[in-house]
Write a protein that binds this ligand. Structure first.
Ligand code: FES
Ligand code: FE
Length: 383
């Protein structure tokens, strides 16, 4: 097969097999999702002791629960006896203990083994040593982030710094007070595409004029193909006639209390690698959490967060939800259209990035350095 050389103003994407190969995905599970901080659950979803949620982090099922002291705890969702999955439901609530459905070993909400049938005959079983395996957990922006690494990387450097990098001011994201906001709507999307297609799509706006008619109406500069992410600290300004970040540009809700004048009437988009997107607008925050389940499947949970009084009043949030829901549906349809072609011979060497997408090359370099180029390198598809 012969291919045309890429012109100097264009650079290559990753080869197609990076989006389809189960071995590349396995490496990503190990080197990214199981090694970095992973945004797992919204803290307020676990609103009382015993409430739990299980999430897939790389190859592990992680159980997150609220202890009696009120703190969140994370454990591997594996019984220490013979390895049965402790909680099989995605979410739920237990009274005081977590009991394995196989032989009834029972753990308290701090993960200590507190009871097991016939254990009285086995005095040498150390109840602490056979407790659930703890997973590191940090809370930020109102979410619980977990890390499976034995020695987690600095949360400040690897997670919080991403926001600083984008907004140019460490305090800028704090102005939105995400941890104090209330959930107005959550929509879960089961996307038949590799997680990197979703990241790349989020990071560029070359597609905005083609597939996002409602968004470009609200943010006219997006029609030019430059994402807000392209400029450090630059939010995309609302159009002159636009009153709020809603599907028809109509009035939204009151500006969040600490949002500054220069942040008002602007939209900011932040990618926190590997799996989180934060969208900031004056009256709400939209946060995407991705759960990559296979090379060609990613579940995305998207939360729309508003001031608590807006949600408590029962106000109709559908106009602002509808705007980004349409954006999500349009984006994920584009990713699903791209996924099958990743295994085409036409994409064996990858595609190209136009100048307004060159920052995606930085994402690719980051990925390759994390994987230690073990995915086969850019040239692996060249035969
Ligand atoms: Fe859990 Fe036996 S595997 S009690
Ligand atoms: Fe988009």
């Amino acid at each position: 097969m012969t291919t045309t050389p890429i012109s100097p103003s264009l650079i290559a994407t990753l080869p197609g097999h990076y989006y389809t190969d189960p071995e590349v995905f396995r490496l990503e599970q190990e080197k990214l999702f199981e090694s970095m901080w992973f945004c797992a659950v919204r803290s307020a979803d676990l609103d009382r002791p015993g409430a739990f949620r299980t999430v897939q982090v790389g190859r592990e099922s992680v159980l997150i629960t609220r202890a009696r002291t009120g703190e969140l705890r994370a454990f591997l969702n594996v019984c220490r006896h013979r390895g049965a999955r402790l909680c099989t439901e995605e979410s739920g609530e237990v009274r005081r203990t977590l009991q394995c459905p196989y032989h009834a070993w029972t753990y308290d909400l701090d993960g200590r083994l507190i009871a097991a049938p016939n254990l009285i005959n086995m005095p040498d079983v150390d109840r602490v040593a056979y407790g659930l395996i703890k997973v590191s957990l940090r809370e930020w922006l109102g979410y619980a982030w977990v890390c499976l690494a034995d020695e987690p990387p600095s949360f400040e450097h690897t997670v919080m710094h991403a926001a600083v990098e984008r907004l140019g001011d460490p305090a800028a994201i704090e102005h939105y007070g995400s941890e104090r906001l209330a959930l107005g709507r959550r929509i879960t999307y089961d996307v038949r595409a590799n997680w990197k297609l979703i990241v790349e799509n989020f990071m560029e706006c070359y597609h905005c004029a083609t597939i996002h008619p409602e968004l470009t109406e609200v943010l006219p500069e997006f029609a030019d193909g430059y994402a807000a992410q392209y400029y450090v600290g630059h939010g995309a300004e609302f159009g002159q006639e636009i009153k709020g970040f809603t599907v028809d540009g109509s009035e939204g809700f009151a500006t969040l209390p600490a949002v500054t004048t220069d942040q008002d009437r602007r939209y900011y988009a932040i990618t926190i690698k590997p799996t989180v997107f934060v969208n900031l607008v004056p009256d709400h925050v939209i946060l995407h959490r991705m759960f990559p389940l296979a090379a060609d499947r990613t579940v995305v949970e998207c939360d729309w967060l508003y001031a608590p009084e807006v949600v408590a009043s029962g106000a109709d949030v559908s106009k602002s939800v509808e705007l980004f829901h349409r954006v999500n549906a349009q984006d994920f349809e584009a990713c699903e259209r791209t996924q099958p072609a990743m295994s085409s011979r036409a994409y064996r060497e990858g595609g190209v990035l136009v100048p307004s997408e060159h920052h995606l090359g930085v994402f690719h370099e980051w990925l390759l350095s994390r994987l230690g180029d073990a995915g086969g390198g850019r040239d692996a598809g060249r035969l």
